[in-house]
Write a protein that binds this ligand. Structure first.
Ligand SMILES: [Fe+2]
Ligand SMILES: [Fe+2]
Length: 258
């Protein structure tokens, strides 16, 4: 069982991470949810450690990021390994396209925070089952801005902040919140987008069944009624996915929700 983790403890460890009242309340609610969730355990490699060394500081950062990501996921859609799998797909895809060690290590813990901003979305909107009004849709889409607002206050979370802000941008410029196109979208966000969508395709959602790997692969490569592959994704990343797609299935199986 995870021990209760209070917002004041969190801020004590990260004095540079100032949040406004609304974000702070959302993070506290999320930490409370974690404390109630007996099923969640900190990964064995992430035991608390003293902060004297760089390695230990890095471990503490990764612990904190893990808690934050779990908080966001529990608040949004419950438990499961979605955020951990998104880390692994993103790390793998970054390596596949030849990114350096520093980039790969940073995306390995940053990708899981892509939807952190949902903890600041109006809970009535977040939990609404039916279609959203225009105003409600805007509030949902603002999770990109809310996540960036929280994360951008910590220099160590700069990549996580850019992923949070940009993971719903699309290659053809039709995404949100800033309608960026092509290389103007940070690579970290383009990578995380493919990872996130592949995992969503493999997972049952209220509006769709869980697809098998071949179906998910086909949608990433060629699109379907909801996803326009050429418009959504960086073509270089789609090519890398096409070359290595079986590793995505491997990661899905290794970190399945059981
Ligand atoms: Fe998102
Ligand atoms: Fe996601």
């Amino acid at each position: 069982m995870t021990e209760a983790f209070t917002l004041s403890e969190y801020i004590d460890h990260h004095p540079g991470l100032a949040m406004d009242r609304r974000d702070a309340a959302a993070v506290q609610r999320a930490f409370d949810l974690i404390a109630e969730d007996n099923a969640i355990e900190t990964p064995s490699e992430s035991q608390p450690v003293p902060a004297e060394t760089i390695q230990q500081s890095k471990q503490e950062l990764e612990n904190t990021v893990y808690f934050l990501a779990r908080a966001a996921q529990i608040y949004d859609e419950g438990t499961g390994n979605h955020t951990r799998r998104v880390n692994e797909y993103s790390y793998f895809l970054a390596q596949t396209v030849g990114m350096g060690t520093a980039f790969c290590e940073e995306i390995h813990y940053s990708a899981q925070l892509h939807d952190l901003g949902k903890i600041s979305v109006d809970p009535i909107v977040l939990g609404k089952a039916g279609p959203l009004s225009e105003t409600e849709r805007q509030e949902m889409d603002n999770h990109t801005i809310y996540g960036h607002r929280i994360l951008s206050q910590s220099p160590q979370l700069a990549m996580a902040a850019e992923i949070a802000l940009n993971h719903h941008e699309k290659w053809d410029g039709t995404g949100y919140p800033n309608a960026l196109a092509g290389d103007d979208i940070p690579l970290s966000a383009r990578i995380t987008q493919i990872a996130d969508i592949y995992d969503a395709l493999r997972t049952a959602r209220p509006y769709k069944p869980a697809f098998d790997h071949e179906t998910a692969r086909g949608i990433i490569l060629s699109g379907d009624a909801r996803i326009d592959s050429a418009g959504h994704f960086d073509p270089k990343l789609v090519e890398a996915f096409s070359d290595t797609h079986s590793d995505f299935d491997r990661i899905w199986r290794e970190l399945s929700d059981g």
